[in-house]
Write a protein that binds this ligand. Structure first.
Ligand code: URA
Length: 425
């Protein structure tokens, strides 16, 4: 039997070698147990960042992270299908999507996270609903999947604990942005969660992790390849994140907008992306249904209300809105030619919708309403953005991050498609 040491594994990757399956299994397991120190894993993460891992190494690294914890077995009497977004601004799609796909006949286990930085977190949004509970036991998840068909809740700490430890380390060692590490991190949690099919929404543009189409395509291919290796029915949609999705960016404001969509209204881009992802999820789950018709019929809203009630929330309760409001107006007549997702995301975050450290609270009522979107005709002094917060001192910093984030021109901008491409495994 070969005896491994952390120094040998680090040296191999530092010198550009492929790691063997045995080295990967050993180092991930030893790190999870505390036998490999944080400083050694930091060095290895940096070596991987600089020298990469090929598809087979990445698949093995993912397998080792899945094996570091428990794996759910979702036997709930319906095909199971999940969706994962790489994160964006105004990206509330999970909220209408999970009940919609459940109303079409699938079971949707959506284990979600909180926001960090300028991108929002699904759990933070839902926690603006009075009484709603994010922490569920595995038994509660299974029972809700059987009775309602959809559950959105926090991931249990037993899923992929190696990733939990490694992600925190990458965050403080400038090693987050490595495609093999991002792809194995995302997929280890999804594989451990146990759904049979998965649709990924890989965002590209200023408000996304991946700023260029080439990077996003490389990440999507890495994610799909890991999924195929693990026997998942998997697809990735590459979607635009240069402009905020919908009109609402924040927590309660995004829930309100999602409910509008579930009631048959809401912004066209939210409806388009929700239906596109639902179609792909249903096709991967082997269900033939027309999600656009189900959305328009109000059935998805009924599933939403049952899903919220099952987790202690009141779907009819009024939602909090920040007490202090500031309006940004148009400085000239013309067309809105630019509304930068990153600028709006950072502004909403500064108003209190997001957090700087994991343990910080968020303001449920803080956020931004985008009253005009690129392509809209605007007139001088017309309100463009409404900023909401409980902490008026935050408004100047939010306005500073919006500087240069929107532009008005004489001709309408050319539209980029929302769904840029689809990669199927
Ligand atoms: N999301 C994850 O879960 N992991 C990463 O590494 C990046 C984004």
């Amino acid at each position: 039997m070969t005896t491994h040491t952390a120094v040998d594994v680090i040296r191999a990757k530092r010198d550009g070698a492929r790691l063997t399956d045995a080295q990967i299994d050993w180092v991930v397991d030893a790190y999870t147990r505390g036998a490999v120190a944080d400083e050694q894993m930091s060095a290895l993460a940096m070596a991987i960042f600089l020298n990469g891992m090929d598809a087979a190494e990445t698949a093995q690294w993912t397998r080792a992270m899945v094996d570091s914890g428990e794996k759910l077995s979702l036997d709930v009497g319906r095909p199971t299908v999940d969706k994962h977004s790489t994160g964006g601004v105004g990206d509330k799609i999970t909220l209408p999507l999970a009940p919609l796909v459940a109303a079409c006949g699938a079971a949707v286990p959506q284990l979600s996270g909180r926001g960090l930085g300028h991108t929002g977190g699904t759990l933070d949004k839902l926690e603006s609903i009075p009484g709603w509970r994010a922490q569920l036991s595995v038994d509660e998840v299974m029972s809700q999947l059987r009775s309602v068909g959809a559950v959105i809740c926090a991931a249990t700490s037993g899923l992929a604990p190696a990733d939990k430890k490694l992600y925190a380390l990458r965050d403080v060692t400038a090693t987050v942005e490595a495609i093999p590490l991002i792809a194995s991190s995302i997929m280890s949690k999804k594989i451990a969660e146990g759904a049979e099919a998965l649709v990924l929404d890989v965002k590209v543009g200023s408000g996304a992790f991946m700023k260029s189409l080439d990077q996003a395509r490389a990440l999507a291919s890495a994610l799909v390849s890991i999924g195929v290796d693990h026997g998942l029915k998997i697809s990735a949609l590459l979607t635009d994140m240069s402009v905020p999705l919908g009109r609402a960016v924040g927590n309660s404001v995004e829930v309100t907008e999602s409910v509008e969509v579930l009631r048959g209204g809401g912004p066209a881009d939210i409806i388009e992306l929700t239906v596109a992802l639902a179609k792909e999820m249903l096709s991967r789950a082997g269900i033939s249904a027309d999600p656009a018709a189900v959305l328009a019929s109000g059935e998805a809203y009924e599933t939403w209300a049952r899903m919220i009630r099952a987790q202690g929330g009141d779907p009819d309760a009024p939602l909090p809105v920040g007490q202090h409001k500031h309006v940004v107006t148009a400085t000239s007549d013309g067309y809105l030619t630019k509304l930068d997702a990153y600028a709006v995301g950072v502004a909403a975050w500064r108003l209190g919708a997001g957090r700087a450290r994991k343990e910080d609270p968020v303001q449920p009522g803080a956020g931004i309403l985008c009253l005009a979107k690129p392509g809209d005709k605007v007139t001088k002094d017309q309100p463009l953005l409404e900023l909401y917060t409980e902490t008026p001192d935050a408004i100047p910093a939010a306005l500073e991050s919006l500087t240069g984030g929107h532009e008005i021109g004489e001709t309408p901008p050319t539209r980029t498609p929302l769904v840029i491409d689809t990669i199927r495994g």
